[in-house]
Write a protein that binds this ligand. Structure first.
Ligand code: 9MR
Ligand code: 9MR
Length: 730
């Protein structure tokens, strides 16, 4: 539903949300696919850091945090200068000494130039005579990444030719694993000996990573994140940016949001992985399908001649299917009711089968020819699946499974290191926090508070580090970049729930780390930044191993530093590395430098989030003399007897606001019951919201948001007018 924006006074009309969203959708696809030669700048990314002034190499959002880390032996603060493309200083200040950073073992200082809100490209930050890489300050910074990070999924598709017109000539390839020799899959795949005596058509889906295995467990979290990005955008009023014809995929123009088309490629595969009715263990999901033996590097998908095999069903895979199929039933219903019904039927059968077979554990030892994805603890997967089934159906049996799970009240539902394919309780929590359910208001409030508490934990982790990374120094494990990104997703949801800018700042600042503000002075996203990863472990994007093959396409996220050094290249090249430095951009280092669907998925989520206007409500633009203020009123979630909403006040004048009171009238009998970030009172139908003190100031062009919960019976009409008592707003 579009978010209405109400201009309060002054000649300037605020851009309506629909127009702004349509504009960003139109800008998303800009002709031919991005095929820009990765590393064409000639930058030698194998070298150590180029500059001690570490920034997000892509750049910064005008209204976002703008911080850089400076590595220096100086014990005293240093002067920083922000220079524009012409080399003129446009801002300056003094760094803050941070001391030694545990994860990188570097002495760091912090330069904060957040107060600069000018825009352009070619900015540099200069400290102590050293210059950062050039970067942009631009509200549209993340639009291309949103589209490229999604294209990664299209290009990972199994069972379909990758078209030059969509991916670029270098990335085109014939379909892999459609039963055409030398492929021995995936249209009729037998089980491993002793598992089943029939074959299944398990074509489609995405290849997991640099290998061409397809794993239900990892497909689950990946699909969930992608579909969640769309469901979340619907609440934020920004879904159009992920709508039809926004991506470079074959389904453009079919009237279904492109992000859902892409996710459906995997969902169709996940449904095929379910043991059919009438067979032993019907309803369970096979854990995975992959080659009998590891293929060599490189191996193009269509040239893989290994036998493909189904591995035994597991409880974890079955619950991943139940969770994502239940989410599918909810989110796809408006676009394809029959598909949604199929998803729900599959989800229910999976749930029932998992309950009947609760301890079919996939072992860590099953790692020949494909990854193991072993997971001995499945209570968190039960919780996640129950949450999705409950949010979709509202049925008591699923509610009881939610409230009866130890994960419903556990303080560890958001793991300190970050959620991941084996730790899925957070996914259940995020759904229950954001999708209206019949849980009591107090239970919902408690779940929401657990999201913001987790986000506050990540913020404090960031504050304690030289590079503001939301993971502890002990969490640089295989795929650490995905833990970093997943924690940023939690902060972004906390922002959605509360409107509090510090959470948005945390999520956005986390992108700085991934895009170059780190000890290696390296962007882990191919093609983004002056120095970026380009030799990730992949059997087709294997340019480093075979010059006739391409590098990974722009928008591919490397797994990131892994202090475990779990491959021969890392073992040989990185002994003694500081945790955050245990990374090498070498195709052989699969434990630090692979790509994977579950790692690119939170990148998609975050890029979509960071690409949208910060209020989620359009408007914005430069402040105009004589203009007043604008108010955005947004209902975030509704349930039978209540709702929560976020109200944003934007100062569109050129004078700072110091203290504000906002009023409106309800026509539907709504009663505000609690509020955050403002003092809200109600007398009859009239509601009055006063700043909370700490947020009394609104800079020119700036915004302040507050939220509240209210009771309602029946219709919930939004207020049609606001009165604002604030100096600059007249
Ligand atoms: O190449 C594989 C990579 O995609 C996986 O992530 C990794 C871990 O499961 O294993 C891979 O590497 C194998 C390599 O290609 C050949 N030697 C055995 C390796 C598995 O231990
Ligand atoms: O992401 C997985 C990581 O958590 C594990 O530690 C690692 C070793 O088991 O495997 C990772 O997943 C790989 C999978 O096994 C095979 N395809 C590539 C995945 C990413 O490296």
């Amino acid at each position: 539903m579009p978010v209405p924006t109400y201009p309060l006074r002054g000649p300037r009309r605020t851009v309506s949300w629909i127009a702004a969203a349509a504009l960003s959708a139109a800008l998303l696809v800009t002709g031919p696919a991005t095929t820009s030669a990765v590393g064409a700048s000639g930058a030698d990314v194998s070298a150590a850091a180029d500059t001690p002034v570490r920034t997000n190499q892509l750049g910064y959002l005008p209204d976002g945090p703008k911080r850089a880390t400076v590595v220096t032996t100086s014990a005293a603060p240093l002067t920083w200068q922000l220079k524009n493309a012409a080399g003129a200083a446009v801002a300056s200040g003094t760094t803050t000494v941070r001391g030694t950073d545990t994860a990188s073992r570097e002495a760091t200082q912090l330069a904060d130039f957040s107060s600069y809100t000018g825009t352009g490209s070619g900015f540099t930050l200069v400290v102590d005579g050293r210059s950062s890489h050039p970067f942009a300050i631009d509200a549209g910074l993340y639009k291309a990444l949103r589209s490229d990070a999604m294209s990664f999924f299209y290009q990972q598709r199994s069972g379909i030719a990758i078209e030059a017109s969509l991916a670029g000539a270098a990335y085109a390839r014939p379909a892999g694993h459609l039963g055409v020799a030398p492929n021995k899959g995936d249209t009729s795949v037998p089980c491993q000996a002793g598992v089943c005596d029939y074959s299944r058509d398990v074509r489609g889906g995405w290849y997991d990573a640099g290998d061409q295995g397809k794993y239900v467990v990892n497909g689950g979290i990946t699909t969930w994140l992608m579909v969640n990005a769309y469901e979340r955008a619907g609440r934020a009023g920004t879904a159009a940016a992920l709508g039809d014809s926004t991506l470079r995929i074959p389904e453009r123009g079919n009237s279904v949001p492109d992000v859902l088309d892409e996710a459906r490629w995997e969902l169709d595969f996940l449904l095929r992985m379910q043991v059919p009715v009438g067979r032993p263990l019907a309803g369970m999901a096979f854990h995975k399908i992959h080659d009998a033996a590891w293929t060599a590097l490189p191996t193009r998908p269509e040239q893989d001649d290994q036998q493909r095999e189904l591995h035994r069903p597991s409880t974890a895979a079955t619950l991943n299917l139940a969770a994502t199929a239940a989410q599918c039933a909810r989110v796809y219903a408006p676009y394809d009711a029959a598909f949604a019904a199929r998803c729900l039927d599959s989800a229910r059968r999976a749930w029932t089968a998992a309950r009947a077979n609760p301890s079919m554990i996939a072992p860590d030892s099953d790692g020949t020819g494909g990854g193991a994805y072993g997971d001995a603890t499945v209570s968190d997967e039960f919780y996640w699946a129950a949450a999705e089934l409950y949010a979709t159906t509202g049925e008591a049996a699923y509610r009881d499974a939610v409230t009866g799970s130890s994960w419903h009240t556990s303080a560890n539902a958001f793991p300190g290191a970050g959620f991941g394919w084996a730790d899925t309780s957070a996914l259940g929590r995020l759904t229950l926090a954001t999708v209206p359910t019949g849980l009591s208001a107090s239970d919902t409030a408690r779940i929401r508070a657990s999201v913001t508490a987790a986000a506050d934990g990540y913020l404090s982790l960031m504050a304690g580090q030289g590079y503001a990374v939301p993971i502890p120094s002990t969490a640089y494990v295989w795929g650490s970049n995905s833990l970093v990104a997943n924690n940023a997703v939690v902060m972004a949801v906390a922002h959605d729930l509360t409107g509090q800018q510090r959470y948005r700042a945390g999520a956005v600042e986390t992108l700085d780390y991934l895009l170059g503000r780190n000890t290696l002075d390296l962007s882990y996203v191919t093609g983004y930044g002056t120095r970026s990863s380009q030799n990730q472990h992949h059997r087709f994007w294997a340019h480093q191993a075979d010059a006739s093959l391409p590098h990974p396409p722009a928008g591919s996220l490397a797994g990131g530093p892994n202090s475990g050094l779990q491959d021969p290249v890392a073992e040989q090249q990185l002994p003694g590395c500081a945790p955050a430095a245990c990374y090498i951009d070498d195709i052989g280092s699969y434990s630090t430098n692979e790509v994977a669907v579950n790692w690119n998925a939170p990148l998609v989520w975050l890029a979509a989030y960071a690409a949208e206007p910060s209020t989620g409500g359009g408007g914005g633009g430069d402040p105009q003399p004589g203009a007043g203020c604008a108010v955005t009123y947004r209902v975030d979630s509704t349930w039978t007897s209540g709702f929560t909403a976020t109200v944003t006040v934007r100062n569109t004048s050129t004078t700072a606001v110091d203290g504000w009171t906002l009023g409106w009238t309800y026509t539907g009998g709504q009663r505000v019951t609690s509020a955050w970030s403002a003092t809200v009172g109600q007398s009859g139908a009239t509601v009055t919201a006063k700043d909370a003190g700490w947020n009394r100031a609104i800079a020119p062009g700036g915004t302040v948001s507050f939220g509240f919960q209210a009771a309602v019976t029946g219709a919930n009409p939004a207020p049609t007018a606001f009165t604002l008592n604030a100096s600059a707003c007249g």
